[in-house]
Design a protein around this ligand. Structure first.
Ligand SMILES: Nc1nc2c(ncn2[C@@H]2O[C@H](COP(=O)(O)OP(=O)(O)OP(=O)(O)O)[C@@H](O)[C@H]2O)c(=O)[nH]1
Ligand SMILES: [Zn+2]
Length: 342
């Protein structure tokens, strides 16, 4: 791994900036502490993080008249690691701002490696990961499996969304057959078309009442889908760029949006790239859900499921209980890990 060498002067400057930033955060936190003590903040209220920018967050809460409102909040120094989608307890100042004082339990969390390769949470409390693919660009053989394995590792339900069905041959072609196979494994499958009037009904149904993210390779139509699902999305992007002029890095943070029919979408460039992250061999094996019945049943405890006698997985493939393409895909994903230097 190559590390960029910094000159002493650069390093000194970076450390100085970081120290100043830490000091500023400390000052803000001390002031919040004093104001809390002085009773300058209102009572504790539940809220949901809809965006985060360093130590500032947008927290959404329902006010007395039942309206949703977003409040720019600080978080206390002991509260690191809040992400979009987190449920929090916060207290409002006498203006619109506030301070977050506690984080609620997370049902689920989506993580991504940061610049140093360390996993960092990017969104919390998701119900489902919508894996989008399309006839064009055609998904390569094990792409869907890679996404599914990555999703299984989070414990969040994956949903396969085949977009651009308007481009499919009349009887659905190979891609339809492929989807039938995933459906038989128990994965929810949704067909969609941004181009066709009625092409999004099934997707709307699937999204209603749940918190979702869209992932998938470039060009499959994630932006097109999101633009159609969030009619005032364009307006929000306008508001975002206004914020970024004030110096907040809004383009990379995950944002939570409400769908008109109920349900939420969390989106960011980092989230869309989910699935291309590193996995370990164990995660890959348990990420193939139809293997579960056979794991631990091989003759050798350390069976690598390659050519060992008495391998329960190989026997299941032989009998046709595990599809040979899924097994080949499993092998290929493992091989790609090994060539990564693992
Ligand atoms: N025929 C057809 N084309 C579509 C459909 N949905 C999107 N497209 C087209 O596919 C292309 C890519 O769509 P995007 O929405 O930019 O794809 P994306 O997944 O957001 O791509 P990235 O931003 O690169 O991640 C655009 O030219 C869209 O007009 C569809 O349902 N049918
Ligand atoms: Zn085995």
């Amino acid at each position: 791994m190559s590390k960029r060498k910094l000159t002493r002067q650069q390093r000194w400057r970076i450390e100085k900036i970081q120290a100043e930033r830490a000091k500023r955060a400390e000052r803000v936190d001390a002031r919040d502490g004093e104001r809390l003590e002085a009773g300058e903040f209102g009572p504790e209220r539940p809220g949901r993080v809809t965006a985060h920018f360093g130590r500032s967050l947008d927290v959404e809460a329902v006010d007395d008249s039942g309206q949703r409102h977003r409040h720019r909040c600080h978080m206390r120094a002991n509260m690191d690691g809040l992400v979009t989608g987190d449920r929090v307890v916060w207290r409002q100042a006498n203006d619109d701002s506030g301070v977050v004082v506690a984080r609620g339990e997370r049902d689920s969390v989506l993580e991504r490696p940061d610049a140093r390769g360390q996993l960092k949470p990017v969104a919390a409390n998701l119900d489902q990961i919508l894996i989008v693919f399309a006839a064009e660009p055609e998904p390569h053989a094990n792409l869907i499996d890679r996404y599914l394995v990555a999703a299984e590792a989070t414990g969040i339900t994956p949903v396969l969304v085949l977009n651009k069905v308007d481009l499919l041959p009349e009887h659905g072609g190979e891609l339809r057959d492929l989807l039938d196979r995933y459906e038989a494994l128990g994965y929810p499958v949704v067909l969609a078309s941004v181009k066709q009037q009625d092409g999004l009904d099934a997707l709307h149904q699937r999204l209603t009442g749940r918190t979702s993210v869209f992932v998938g390779q470039s060009g499959v139509g994630k932006s097109s889908l999101i633009d159609r699902l969030l009619p005032d999305h364009a307006l929000r992007i306008g508001a975002l760029s206004e914020d970024s002029r004030k110096g907040t890095h809004t383009t990379t943070t995950a944002m939570l949006y409400h769908l008109p029919a109920g349900g939420e979408l969390i989106d960011s460039p980092g989230i869309r790239e989910f699935g291309l992250t590193h996995l370990d061999a164990e995660q890959v094996t348990v990420g193939f859900i139809e293997f579960h019945d056979y794991l631990g049943r091989c003759r050798f405890r350390d069976c690598r499921h390659r050519e060992e006698p008495g391998c329960a997985l190989l026997a299941a493939v032989e009998r046709g209980d595990i599809h040979p393409q899924r097994f080949a895909s499993y092998r290929r994903i493992l091989a790609s890990l090994e060539s990564d230097g693992e």
